[in-house]
Design a protein around this ligand. Structure first.
Ligand code: HEM
Length: 427
């Protein structure tokens, strides 16, 4: 396959020429996100979310660094230091609200990015490594967000840390010593707050490193596309710049509009009011609930209400919660269908949408108190979640008869175009 533009990087300006000789950075950019990177010509807006996730990560790192200049990681003053940021620091309220809502926007974008991958089969060969690194990023994001939520040292911060670290004690024999070791004490306090702050500052840079690997791994086969058919020749592609820099730029504009609308007009919409009450180890909130992006996993964690096979219900909950993410590592091998895109997989497509509904149901169960009917619904939802990946998917990928597929990306694009022009001619 030849992509003439990919090889012909010729620096024009003397400065670029000089830089390219000493450190071929312009060449790298040209070949990675410039006119030298061939991309399928039919990517839809769902392919914007990777770049948007990168933008969200950058926003989190920048706002986080500024917040850290004013925040004090000490259990005695942490809460007050956040109030100081909100009231006294110039534009401090803006930086803090941007960071708080930036976390939510980051998760919205990454969830859409993951579900795009599930719908279009992006996790399949030859992009398994891209997917596996994505799951590592997701785990790191969850750890980072959990530790970040502890930092304001409000009631939900404290009790969230108490509940989640408390689950370690479900592990027989070593569980309790591990919990005490992680917290640096018998309950969340100054030591825990300090180490959470240190890790919360460190992990985004680790995420950034894994993102580099993620994109590197993606650049080996190149992007997939809505048909799931691999690029056959130059005709199937367009250069990344200007086509996708423009399309991603538009997506970024929409993302920023939604982001600032949330930050300026409803900054506490996605938070919990109890976190504006200082942490009090002597007063347990009536209902301890994590941030919205953890709700489906929280529901799975609480779905086990009975001991089973000599294992404590609490331990089953912990195992199930970690397993619900760990099984994503096996997804490329659980789905053996050679067809990637749901566009040509009518049966898989139905189960995909049932999974989406199931995750929403789990999310709702995670938000609600652990009482009926939410307990039974979270048990059904959790059972279906595992059944989807471990039973339904392997069976569907064997028995399904895919729809006829076009021979190439170009054929699919032209067929679609022919359909539109004949439709508009009739109209
Ligand atoms: C910080 C978080 C992340 C960033 C910055 C990021 C970035 C990107 C970028 C820029 C792309 C190429 C553009 C696109 O296809 O949208 C991409 C593709 C991809 N990402 Fe991510 N990603 C992140 C998280 C994840 C996660 C959590 C997963 C899955 C668990 C994942 C799985 C994939 C896959 C499978 C592709 C290839 C898509 C295809 O070509 O069809 N990514 N990512």
């Amino acid at each position: 396959m030849s992509f003439p533009w990919a090889k012909n990087y010729e620096p024009q300006q003397p400065l670029m020429k000089w830089l390219d000789e000493k450190l071929p950075l312009p060449r790298l950019v040209y070949n990675a996100v410039g006119a030298g990177y061939p991309v399928p010509r039919n990517l839809n807006y769902f392919w914007n979310f990777g770049v948007l996730a990168g933008a969200a990560l950058a926003i989190q790192i920048i706002t986080g660094i500024v917040l850290a200049m004013h925040y004090a990681a000490n259990a005695g003053v942490a809460f007050d230091s956040v109030e100081h940021i909100m009231r006294d620091v110039n534009a401090g309220w803006f930086i803090r609200y941007a960071h708080m809502n930036g976390a939510s926007m980051f998760f919205i974008v990454v969830y859409l990015h993951i579900f795009r991958g599930l719908y279009y089969g992006s996790y399949k060969a030859p992009r398994e490594m891209v997917w596996l690194l994505g799951v590592v990023i997701f785990l790191l994001m969850m750890a980072t967000a959990f530790m970040g939520y502890v930092l304001p040292w409000g009631q939900m911060s404290f009790w969230g840390a108490q509940v989640i670290t408390g689950f370690f004690s479900a592990i027989p024999v070593v569980g309790e010593p591990i919990r005490v070791w992680l917290l640096g004490g018998f309950a969340p306090d100054n030591a825990a707050l300090n180490r959470f702050f240190s890790l919360h500052y460190l992990l985004p840079f680790v995420i950034a490193g894994v993102v580099v690997l993620h994109i590197w791994a993606l650049h080996i086969p190149g992007s997939s596309n809505p048909t799931g058919i691999e690029v056959k020749d130059e005709q199937d592609t367009v250069p990344f710049h200007p086509y996708y820099t423009a399309k991603d730029g538009f997506g970024l504009g929409v993302f920023l509009i939604l982001f600032v609308a949330l930050t300026f007009f409803s900054p506490n919409l996605l938070g919990h009011a109890d976190n504006y009450i200082p942490a009090n180890p002597l007063s347990t909130p009536a209902h301890i609930v994590p941030e919205w992006y953890f709700w489906p996993f929280y529901a799975i964690l609480r779905a086990f209400t009975f001991n089973f096979l000599w294992i404590d219900a609490k331990l089953w909950g912990v195992i199930a919660m970690f397993a619900s993410i760990a099984l994503l590592f096996f997804l490329p091998w659980l789905d053996s269908s050679p067809v990637k895109s749901s566009k040509y997989r009518p049966l898989y497509r139905i189960f995909f949408w049932v999974l989406v509904a199931d995750v929403f149901l789990l999310g709702l169960c995670g938000k609600m108190p652990a009482e009926q009917p939410w307990v039974i619904l979270s048990q059904i939802g959790a059972a279906y979640y595992f059944a989807h990946f471990l039973i339904i998917l392997p069976i569907v990928s064997r028995i399904e008869r895919p729809l006829p597929m076009p021979n190439s990306i170009t054929e699919a694009v032209l067929a679609k175009h022919a359909g539109t022009s004949s439709a508009s001619a009739t109209a």
